[in-house]
Design a protein around this ligand. Structure first.
Ligand code: IPD
Ligand code: CA
Ligand code: CA
Ligand code: CA
Length: 256
C-alpha cells in the first residue's frame, strides 16, 4: 500500500465509481430479498457494491482481511494486521423505500487501530473521510471538531426499535434532549454527529455499521462506546453510543 494520503485519494476514487453505479441503478427495478425479516433487506445493488469494493481492496492490499456485511469477503476472527470493514449499502430499507438517506462505508483498521474511515452520502454526493493522521475531510475542506454540547442542548439520533422498546430508558433520555431524530441509516446518523447537527446517536449496530464512523468520530474528539460506556467490540454487534463528550457523560449518568 502507498502512503496514507495517496490511499485516501484512491478510496475516494472507488467511492465515486460506486456512486456512479448506484445512480445508474436508481430508476431500474431492484432485485430485493429478505434476510432475517421483511425489514431486513438486501438488493442486487448491495451485493454488486460489495463485490466491486472487495475487488478494489484486493488489488490495493492483497494480504488484507475483509469483513463485509453481505459475506463476500473473509471470515474475520481477529483484528490483527490490515482489516477492511465495509458496508456496501447502509440504509437498505431507505434505499428501497425512499431512494434517499443511504450510505456506503469503508474502514481500514491496522492491528485493531482505526486508520482510515469513509462514509459516502450517496444522494447528497458528499464523502466524509480521513482518520487520526489526516483529519476528517469532505469536498468542501476539513471538518472542525463539533461543539461539545450537552444532552439537553442538542438533537439525539436513535434507532426506532430501541426507542419503541424503551431500551436503557431511551424515552427518558430522549425527553431530556432537545428532540429525537430517526433517520434509518447508521452512516447518515454518524454524519449528523460528525457535522454537529446532532449531539449523539444510539443504536444496536454491527461492525460494518460503525467501523468507519468510529474512526471519523474519534478523530473529531467525539466519544464512541457501548451504551454502558465500555469499549465497543469490532467483531460483534454492540449497542453503540456516539456523542459529544458532555452528552456522553449525561447519558451514562442517566443509564447508571
Ligand atoms: C442498518 C441501518 C439502520 C440500523 C440497522 C442497520 P443496513 O444497516 O444502518 O439504521 O438501525 O441496525 O442494520 O442493514 O441497511 O446496512
Ligand atoms: Ca443489511
Ligand atoms: Ca448498515
Ligand atoms: Ca448494508
Amino acid at each position: 500500500m502507498e502512503n496514507l494520503r495517496q490511499t485516501d485519494q484512491v478510496i475516494r476514487g472507488w467511492l465515486k465509481e460506486i456512486r456512479k453505479d448506484v445512480l445508474g441503478e436508481l430508476h431500474d427495478p431492484l432485485s430485493v430479498a429478505e434476510k432475517s425479516s421483511r425489514k431486513d433487506l438486501v438488493t442486487n445493488v448491495d451485493k454488486a457494491n460489495e463485490k466491486k469494493i472487495i475487488k478494489y481492496i484486493r488489488e490495493l492490499d492483497p494480504e488484507a482481511k475483509i469483513l463485509g456485511e453481505e459475506g463476500q469477503g473473509d471470515r474475520v476472527t481477529d483484528m490483527q494486521g490490515h482489516v477492511w470493514i465495509i458496508d456496501p449499502l447502509d440504509g437498505t430499507l431507505n434505499f428501497v423505500k425512499q431512494r434517499d438517506n443511504f450510505a456506503v462505508m469503508i474502514a481500514l483498521y491496522i492491528d485493531g487501530t482505526g486508520v482510515l474511515g469513509y462514509i459516502m452520502d450517496v444522494m447528497r454526493d458528499i464523502i466524509y473521510g480521513g482518520g487520526p493522521q489526516l483529519g476528517v475531510f469532505n469536498q468542501s475542506g476539513q471538518l472542525p471538531k463539533p461543539a461539545n454540547i450537552s444532552l439537553k442542548d442538542g438533537l439525539l439520533g436513535v434507532s426506532g426499535p430501541m426507542l419503541i422498546h424503551d431500551k436503557y430508558h431511551l424515552q427518558a433520555i430522549d425527553e431530556a434532549s432537545s428532540g429525537v431524530r430517526i433517520i434509518g441509516s447508521a452512516g447518515i446518523e454518524f454524519i449528523q454527529v460528525l457535522t454537529g447537527k446532532q449531539n449523539g446517536y444510539i443504536s444496536h449496530l454491527m461492525p460494518w455499521d460503525f467501523a468507519a464512523g468510529k474512526i471519523l468520530a474519534e478523530t473529531l474528539d467525539l466519544s464512541v462506546t457501548k451504551v454502558d460506556g465500555t469499549p465497543v467490540d469490532m467483531l460483534s454487534s454492540n449497542d453503540v453510543l456516539v456523542s459529544t463528550r458532555d452528552t456522553h457523560k449525561d447519558i451514562l449518568n442517566m443509564i447508571r
